[in-house]
Write a protein that binds this ligand. Sequence first.
Ligand code: PGA
Ligand code: MG
Length: 236
Amino acid sequence: MTVRDLDGWTIAFDLDGTLVDSAPDLIGTLNHLLNAHGHPPVPLSAARHLVGHGARALLRHGFAEAGAVWDEVADPGLFDRFIAHYLGRIADDSRPFEGVVETLDALAGRGAVLCVATNKRSDLAEALIEALDLGRHFAAVAGADRVSARKPAAAHVVEAVRMAGGDPARAVMVGDASTDTGSARAAGVPCVVCGFGYNDLPLHQLGGDVVIDSFLDLIAAVERLSARTLLREPAI
Ligand SMILES: O=C(O)COP(=O)(O)O
Ligand SMILES: [Mg+2]
């Protein structure tokens, strides 16, 4: 059997802003609800950075961005209306970023096992992944509800890798936001930052190990980080 250079490695991917440009449908859903409440819409460009902390945070901060307030106690149903509307249009305008499918195939071809670690609810993450026909790539999908603590906690990336049958000491995280770099750093897992995603901090402040401007640059970044991890390990 041939030995492949990424055999034994697990790559954990964030979903929104990393694998999929999902902001059009997420912000579209936010704007649908703002409109229903008589508030102005928020422009996509000004709201992309709000994606990454889950739907509840998007609603809270999205309403604030529009100069409005979501009082969750007074209107607890708003969250359910968000989920229902979003599910109905989950991939109307959302698409994988350029190069995603061929890069995932190439990583798997070199032996890596792939999984998803997202702050989305798992049912929404799986619906989006299935709608875009990406399901075959992943050994596990770890939404916020399937882990003991969500990103930026270390547990999210660690448990996602284990769900995929992998070892966190042989893993790389790929993400776009401080939740991803925070989780990876806390877990001692090297992190690739997607500069084309929904960065919530300036890139140099995100604390990743490598920044890529295109998904097509991911393989070279993974090669670098996996080699660096192996070099750091003491020889037996
Ligand atoms: O905020 C969300 O919906 C989830 O975002 P993530 O996939 O970037 O973790
Ligand atoms: Mg993200």
